[in-house]
Design a protein around this ligand. Sequence first.
Ligand code: ADP
Ligand code: MG
Length: 318
Amino acid sequence: MVAVQKKYLSQFTMFGTVVTITLFAPNQPLIEQVYDYLVKMDQFFSMNRPDSELMRINQQAGHAPVTVSSTCFELIQAAITASRDYQDSFNVLIGPLVKLWQIGFGGQQVPSQSAIQARLALMNPADVQLDAVKQTVWLTKPGMMLDLGAIAKGYFADQVILQLQQAGVTHAIVNLGGNVKILGENPLTPTGQWVVGIQAPKAPRGYPALQLVTPAKTVVTSGIFERYFKVGTKLYHHILDPQTGYPVEKPIEQVSIVTTSSTLAEILSTVAFFKGATAGRQLIDRLPNVEAIFIDQNQQIQTTAGLQHLSEGVYAYE
Ligand code: ADP
Ligand code: MG
């Protein structure tokens, strides 16, 4: 008898999004472990729970350093480092601006210029003091606020894959609300390659603009069609420019990053979104083992050098 390779999908909602874990052998206890881990992460990092570690840090801004768990310290340290490296685009201190605009959370009007200016003064990464020995985080000015929305899911995806590996799993897919990370070879294809669909910005769910044929990687997308509001014909979306305080204006609709670390992919998807296709490709082409796919307003697709165009809509990772 020919052995049939089966897939086991587990799905639940978390952080207001859908989490799907795909395994190739049944392992319910492991799924429960991942679920419990993500519940714990939600408790650490939620902006909606006043007692989360993140909110304790934000509440103590301008007052005192806060001692946090090693997980929390590690993620915040990565986020602050990225904010220093990419000051003009990625900034984890964006919290006060996100709160002001309320995009995707009921906000429907453009804030005043003076309100925006006041918030911009609270976003300097140099005003954060991290103490690795004491594991403390201190936002030194009152009103400063961390918002890990552009990086946390990537970090969790990396950690979940690590946990699956430690449990002996050799092939798996973790999908945290569209943030995908894959482990090992695909047991269902002769080449071991995987096919990851990239959703078109304006198409209905389930109609990918293209399909990426790839070994185990992470694929992370930043786009402007998930959360926004309109005033007349002008669209205000949820990726904010830390220099102007307004939603970033670029002739691009979305960027997907393909690489190994999902944390890095999250950071670079935001950075590349700001740069647009031309400068973004130059930036990504300089980084080893990172590729990007840009989709513009006219649904035109551009990729970095490592993604070779095979045929309409199908790209292969070399
Ligand atoms: P999503 O997966 O929700 O589309 P992204 O990874 O694109 O998220 O990050 C968007 C979220 O990150 C916003 O909702 C906000 O909380 C936060 N954010 C917005 N602008 C920036 C920025 N320039 N740098 C860092 N974080 C940002
Ligand atoms: Mg991101």
